[in-house]
Ligand binder design. Structure first.
Ligand code: ZN
Length: 293
């Protein structure tokens, strides 16, 4: 099943994307895709609901905006340097344990929303990533049981402001948390949708030129390892997001480095998880606050 949410910013409704591209309004199911939904068997219940409501559920027009496919989670946990080629291009050593940092949950936006260059931002960079959505509360989960705690997967662009990340006093969270820095979706694919988690092609283009072209096969720590590892240090709640790291090809790794500017268009995709597209715009207080606050 493919879960999506649609409608105006902050007023999204739950929906389902069918295999033929039809968008269904699932409001009548009676629950949005939040912590409670995942914690109480919502995916299974929704699947049953779909069986008897596929024909009668209202259709959603292709022009309607898509929001992030889940409600705002309690946390977005990101993994740094989880692809060998990316670690190399940034001049970092291959980590012996997963590098963990947070991204603020207010960074979350829909898959085709504008990417806003933040005030004083000069080094905004892209990162195509496989995002994991947690399905049930996870603490001290062994690796061989870890995938039982996953509800599904989504495409994520882990946008980063490299000067904020690296030159503003340490820790990465400042460079990862600006509004609009976490376009998620177009949809959340439940487990049954994906054939081989360890071999999904992923790509990203800037203005039509390929920048990243890799596969989840190049991850250092796999999804099961990451879920288990993070649960040693914190409780993961249903609906939480883990973004599993990016392969080589980011702007920081180019010679010379190349960053985004207003007018650029970023497109990305992962096999089985669809594609997203963000237009880059400059920060404008007036527009910004009307859209996001
Ligand atoms: Zn990242």
């Amino acid at each position: 099943m493919r879960l999506m949410r649609f409608g105006a910013v902050g007023k999204e409704k739950p929906g389902i994307l069918l295999a033929d591209g039809t968008r269904l309004d699932a409001s009548a199911f009676g629950a949005d895709y939040d912590e409670k939904f995942f914690a109480t068997g919502g995916v299974e219940a929704l699947s049953k609901w779909l069986t008897s409501n596929t024909n009668s559920a209202p259709r959603v027009s292709a022009e309607v905006r898509l929001g992030p496919p889940i409600c705002r989670p309690s946390k977005i946990v990101c993994i740094g340097l989880n692809y060998r080629d990316h670690a190399h291009e940034t001049g970092a050593k291959i980590p012996t344990e997963p590098v963990i940092f947070f991204k603020s949950t207010t960074a979350l936006i829909g898959p085709h929303d504008n990417l806003v260059i933040p005030k004083n931002g000069t080094k905004v960079d892209w990162e195509v990533e496989l995002a994991v959505v947690i399905g049930k509360r996870a603490l001290y989960v062994p690796r061989d049981k870890a995938l039982e705690y996953v509800a599904g997967y989504a495409l994520h662009n882990d946008y980063s402001e490299r000067a904020f990340q690296k030159d503003r006093g340490g820790q990465w969270v400042k460079g990862k948390s600006c509004d609009t820095f976490a376009p998620l979706g177009p949809y959340l694919a439940t487990l049954d949708e994906l054939a081989d988690l360890g071999n999904m092609k992923m790509w990203l283009k800037v203005n039509g030129e390929t920048r990243q072209n890799s596969s989840t096969a190049n991850m250092i720590f796999d999804v099961a390892t990451l879920v288990s590892y993070i649960s040693e240090f914190m409780t993961l709640l249903p609906g939480d997001v883990i973004s599993t790291g990016t392969p080589a090809g980011v702007g920081l790794g180019m010679k010379p480095p190349q960053y985004l500017k207003a007018g650029d268009v970023v497109e990305l995709g992962i096999d089985g998880l669809g594609e997203s597209r963000q237009h880059v715009v400059n920060f404008s207080a007036e527009q910004h606050y009307s859209q996001f606050v």
